[in-house]
Design a protein around this ligand. Structure first.
Ligand code: SF4
Length: 100
């Protein structure tokens, strides 16, 4: 049996994003990945990335993506290779800060 553990930060980010998406949809705002989920499952879809940039929950989605919980597809305007590179840069910067 596989066990999946989510950190508190990841759970909070996921809850915040889920609530914001539900609220946006209730207010009649478009959240593109909810309307066409299959497009966000693949890597490097420029149209999906572009649509993310107009999303009403982009900032919360960036926070969620930054937790590393999702490891495939497109999220908050970047694909997973770009998110991985971004997280690695942050870890290097944080490590340098702690060492200084
Ligand atoms: S920013 Fe993109 S991936 Fe995130 S909720 Fe909006 S459309 Fe979906």
């Amino acid at each position: 049996m596989n066990t999946f553990t989510m950190s508190e930060e990841q759970a909070r980010a996921q809850t915040d994003l889920t609530r914001a998406i539900a609220s946006a949809i209730r207010m009649g705002q478009a959240v593109a990945c909810v309307e066409e989920p299959a497009r966000w499952e693949v890597e490097n879809d420029p149209d999906a990335k572009r649509k993310c940039l107009a999303c009403p929950v982009l900032q919360l989605c960036r926070t969620y993506a930054g937790t590393g919980l999702v490891r495939h597809g497109t999220l908050a305007g970047l694909d997973m290779e770009e998110w991985t590179a971004k997280r690695r840069r942050k870890i290097r910067t944080d490590t340098r800060r702690v060492a200084a």
